[in-house]
Design a protein around this ligand. Structure first.
Ligand code: GLN
Ligand code: ZN
Length: 775
């Protein structure tokens, strides 16, 4: 160990990197489009990093004692780690330079693929809506330091007068999040490479120490989750070995291991026993850990960082309550510091940019900058006593009280309706009865073809939406533009010969924001962008109060679309769980209660669609798995309320009305029971990328309702051939009955171009026809 310095009193685990006006997104996309050079992109990124350190120091983080995290990334921190340790899959080895690194072009190629080379797979980061790139590790992976970007960025900040704290994904989490490479033998587990990976981390730490780094943060959220292929003991053992090895390192900065998103459980004693100097705990999710005598003794020599300011949500912190948690953690370690529970990556930059929120609502909120100030306030209270910051504490207490008493938050009619629910409200008649009624009413061919809902969002559609918002065009003009698009989409589907049509969702900016804008209890922001993956950002609505629906939302569009065709047009709604998952949700009542309120609003919409003559209604729940708690022990409770809320939204219809749902991921097995529990007549799901692997889970499970495994990977501009789709359908038919199978893409077509979509859907219908005839 080279230093003997104290961990800073106040810090945050990470800061949004996209920029207050999405500067990074714009710069990166302009580079991809070939409009700017990599030098220009580097310059913009360096400017943003400068702006970030300056802003954080202005907000009160010390600029020279490692308080400010170096948490920048051009695309994704897991990809950064893969590049840093030389874990580049074989198919990309041509991108690796002589020094073992990749340039910016190569980096983005690994993230986004190129020609026939698929990118790294993307999946959800813990229980957030951030997506990371999945490293591919096999026996052939040749770990070696491949990028010194963290060193360069540290030096860059140091030259500007800031001593930052580089942040890296830790080795155990890195391997837990990896998947076996294509070259791996059956049963290979990336975690088995830990011993080969650790020396590379040790070398990275040495280089950082050489550059003058005093503290490094290794993020180990992997330690707060359970896995199906790795036991809790194995996870704890990996943590023990990793930090015994890194802790012993001769030349290294001090290490803080951060464990955001939950409870360390068995991994806490393992980390406590190591020589790492500090541990950052998520006290918002995990609570103050209960420890045995040995762990207590081991922790006594460490600094504990109390993550009391919620990095995952936008509510203002109850400073008095946070101070109490800090005090209980202080009893465990030698020293205590104050921090956020997670990186602030999940919240927007600055509340002050929001000028249109009601002042009352705004007074209950805190975005990244405000949360940084809260951390600083709490650290000041710890050092100088509460009196030193009594104004801030009082203001926080007042805001919390105002929120709990506000009329904005409570709607008695909504509460009464939710309280009066009974079993019947969650149930439909048997599937046998429903499917007979639907078969007669809908008269669909076997292997019916359909799409998932959205069609490409053209620039005309986007322009009309934005001109309407800016009042450049009238409501009537806007509606006419949308009707024009719906007509076009219906005509196209008719020409292609699809069986169940959609209106194409042109009126929706986003599948959650659209409903949030049309329901009571939600607010939306102007600049509240958060990174979803790479350059993609979303603007999650804020669900602050009881939810209700004043008037029909989607019915006029659906009715119009249905008026254009004799074929069934699917009504299209976003489900309650997904609306919650992609919003900032209130934290003052159980999520299940909020979900039921949303479900009741949707139930009314479903009923109105039925009355309007819409015979098939799809309720999308792509985020059902995303909110699944990280610990197995918590999952049953979650699945119970989430499934019930979907059933509440969809069980108010007659037998003839066919309910569809759509889920956007391929890990079917672990939530199969829940999917079955949704009781939808037809479920469409992503499957093309995994070549129908998911159907193996369904086989023999007794799942008897309709299923549409995606046969067209919409994440890529590639047009699948008829033969290819036919092959996937043939595979599917080995696992499910002929009368169960639907033919559809993996997901909505919103992000694709018309040319590729048209050809792909033609191939899809041709393949379905071919299979149908062969039956
Ligand atoms: N109906 C939505 C669409 O097609 C579903 C999107 C999703 O699953 N993420 O765009
Ligand atoms: Zn989807």
């Amino acid at each position: 160990m080279t230093t003997n310095n104290q961990f800073p009193a106040a810090t945050i685990l990470g800061y949004p990197r996209i920029g207050p006006r999405r500067e990074l997104k714009k710069a990166v996309e302009s580079f991809w489009a070939g409009n700017t050079s990599s030098e220009q992109l580097e310059e913009t990124a360096a400017g943003l990093r400068r702006q970030t350190v300056a802003r954080l120091s202005e907000l009160g983080l010390n600029s020279t004692d490692s308080s400010i995290p170096g948490s920048f990334s051009y695309y994704d921190q897991v990809l950064d780690a893969a590049v840093a340790v030389g874990a580049i899959p074989r198919r990309f080895s041509h991108l690796v330079n002589a020094d073992g690194g990749v340039d910016l072009d190569g980096y983005f190629t690994i993230a986004r693929g190129e020609g026939e080379l698929p990118p790294l797979e993307m999946t959800k980061w813990f229980d957030s809506n951030y997506h990371y790139l999945v490293p591919e590790i096999g026996p052939e992976t040749d770990f070696a330091v491949g990028s010194d970007r963290s060193v360069r960025e540290f030096r860059e900040a140091l030259d500007a007068g800031y001593r930052t704290r580089p942040v890296l994904v830790g080795p155990v989490t890195f391997l837990l999040l990896s998947k076996p490479s294509d070259e791996s033998p059956e049963g290979f587990r990336p975690l088995s490479r830990l011993h080969d990976l650790l020396p590379v981390y040790a070398e990275l730490l040495r280089r950082l120490a050489d550059a003058g780094t005093e503290w490094v943060q290794l993020d180990e959220p992997g330690l707060v989750a359970d896995y199906s292929t790795v036991s809790a003991e194995e996870v704890a053992q990996a943590a023990r070995e990793a930090y015994a090895m890194l802790g012993d390192g001769a030349a290294r900065p001090s290490i803080v291991v951060a464990a955001p998103y939950g409870d360390l459980n068995d991994a806490l004693p393992a980390l406590a026993a190591s020589k790492v100097e500090a541990l950052a705990l998520d006290l918002v999710r995990g609570g103050v850990p209960r420890v045995d005598a040995d762990t207590r003794a081991a922790l006594a020599g460490k600094t504990l960082i109390a993550g009391v300011v919620d990095g995952h949500n936008v509510w203002r912190t109850d400073l008095a309550a946070a101070a109490k948690s800090i005090a209980s953690v202080a009893e465990l370690g030698t020293a205590v510091s104050v921090s956020t529970s997670t990186s602030l990556l999940h919240v927007p930059h600055n509340l002050e940019d929001e000028t249109l929120l009601s002042p009352e609502l705004a007074s209950w909120l805190a975005f990244a900058d405000q949360k940084t100030s809260e951390v600083v306030t709490l650290a000041t209270a710890l050092r100088d006593g509460r009196e030193a910051v009594s104004d801030e504490f009082e203001a926080a207490t007042r805001a919390i009280a105002s929120r709990s008493e506000s009329e904005l938050v409570r709607a008695d009619a909504v509460r009464q309706r939710a309280a009066a629910l009974n079993e019947d409200d969650f149930n439909r008649s048997s599937f046998a009865r429903r499917s007979a009624a639907q078969a007669e009413a809908l008269n669909l061919p076997t292997l019916p073809t359909t799409t998932i809902g959205s069609f490409p969002q053209t620039s005309e559609v986007r322009r009309a939406r934005s001109e309407f918002r800016k009042e450049v065009i009238s409501e009537a003009e806007y509606e006419e533009a949308m009707r024009r698009e719906i007509r076009r989409v219906i005509d196209l589907q008719t020409e292609i010969g699809l069986d169940v049509l959609v209106h194409g969702e042109p009126e929706r900016n986003d599948m959650v924001q659209y409903f949030a804008e049309n329901l009571e209890g939600f607010a939306t922001t102007e600049h509240g962008w958060v990174q979803s993956y790479g350059s993609r950002c979303t603007r999650p609505p804020i669900l602050f109060g009881d939810v209700s629906r004043e008037r029909p939302i989607t019915v006029p569009w659906a009715r119009y679309a249905q008026s254009l065709t004799a074929k069934p047009v699917k009504g299209m709604l976003t489900g309650p769980v997904t609306i919650l998952a992609w919003s900032f949700v209130r934290d003052d009542q159980p999520l299940g209660e909020t979900a039921n309120q949303v479900a009741l609003a949707l139930r009314d919409e479903v009923a109105d669609l039925q009355v309007a003559g819409i015979g098939i209604i799809q309720v999308d729940e792509p985020a059902l798995r995303e909110l699944l708690p990280l610990r197995v022990a918590d999952q049953a409770g979650y699945l119970e309320w989430s499934v019930k809320s979907f059933r509440l939204a969809t069980s108010g219809v007659q037998d003839v009305t066919q309910i569809h749902t759509h889920l956007c991921y391929s890990e079917f097995g672990e939530v199969l029971e829940a999917i079955d529990g949704l009781n939808a007549d037809v479920t469409s799901i992503e499957a093309a990328r995994s070549r129908m692997e998911i159907l193996a889970d369904i086989d023999g499970s007794g799942f008897a309702r309709g299923i549409g495994p995606g046969v067209y990977d919409i994440h890529s501009p590639r047009v699948p051939t008829t033969e290819e789709i036919d092959g996937l359908l043939t595979t599917a038919l080995r696992h499910v009955n002929t009368n169960q199978l639907w033919v559809n893409p993996d997901c909505g077509l919103k992000t694709r171009g018309y040319a590729e979509v048209e050809q792909s859907l033609k191939n899809l219908t041709a393949a379905a026809l071919r299979r149908r005839e062969a039956l």
